[in-house]
Design a protein around this ligand. Structure first.
Ligand code: PGA
Length: 252
């Protein structure tokens, strides 16, 4: 039985003055939903604040990217040791916004996942197809290619320590979530792909769905057999919505 994880991706949003209201509400709310795991993935400058407000609660915190390098002359990059210094449990790697805007290749995403694990931080590895890839029937080929790069780099033993997130690019920030059928099809396919390498790892692997998840569509998504939680963007900035998705996961 896989636990459900609801992870909030704040993206490039928030402010030092405004964050405490959201963090306090999340800290209070998650205490009422003990069966679900929660995390918030905040911009680097707010990691200390997230730690200060969430320590001792059941909501973990983490970052949205990490360098594949250990340390050294890498201007602007952040090392996994810095994330673990700040108590991060998770880091997103390979989000489509970084793949698209920063040209992150499948191999680089895999290297980041490996580095995160080496530093003791759990990578949430994102995969997903664009609209044109879906419309031309390439969905599974694309997500397999993205997953295979990570499986090759990590091997089954380390893959077991990661979280996977299926985020169709066309569903991110658009208000147009994947249908339950579309989500389940890809989640099951990803799990089957992992099973070809290792059946035990496959059955334990948490696979989150992301892309316009809201309280209103969360119940049907969280009930799907191969969906083990959500990676939530916009709705994670509104405490009631984020916790509402957690409530849906708890009752699914
Ligand atoms: P969204 O973003 O919930 O705003 O669609 C999800 C994500 O990009 O992780």
């Amino acid at each position: 039985m896989r636990n459900k994880l609801i992870a909030g991706n704040w993206k490039m949003q928030g402010s030092l003055a405004g964050n405490p209201v959201l963090l306090n509400a999340v800290a209070t709310g998650v205490a009422t939903l003990p069966a679900v795991s929660f995390a918030v993935l905040v911009p680097f400058p707010y990691l200390v604040q997230a730690r200060d407000y969430l320590s001792g609660t059941s909501c973990a915190w983490g970052a949205q990217d990490v360098s594949e390098e250990n340390s050294g002359a890498y201007t602007g990059e952040v090392a996994v040791s810095m994330l673990s210094d700040l108590g991060c449990r998770y880091v997103i790697v390979g989000h489509s916004e970084r793949r698209a805007r920063h040209g992150e290749s499948d191999e680089r995403v895999a290297a980041k996942a490996w580095r995160a694990l080496e530093g003791g931080v759990t990578p949430i590895v994102c995969v997903g197809e664009t609209l044109s890839e879906r419309e031309t029937g390439q969905t599974l080929a694309v997500v397999y290619r993205q997953l295979d790069a990570v499986m090759q780099r990590l091997g089954p033993g380390l893959l077991a320590k990661t979280v996977l997130a299926y985020e169709p690019v066309w569903a991110i920030g658009t208000g147009r979530s994947a249908t339950p059928e579309q989500a389940q099809e890809v989640h099951a396919a990803l799990r089957a792909r992992v099973a070809q390498a290792d059946a035990i790892v496959s059955s334990g692997l948490q696979i989150l769905y992301g892309g316009s998840v809201k309280p209103g569509n969360a119940i049907e998504l969280m009930r799907l057999p191969d969906v083990d939680g959500a990676l939530v963007g916009g709705a994670s900035l509104v405490a009631g919505d984020f916790l509402g998705i957690g409530q849906a996961a708890a009752s699914a």
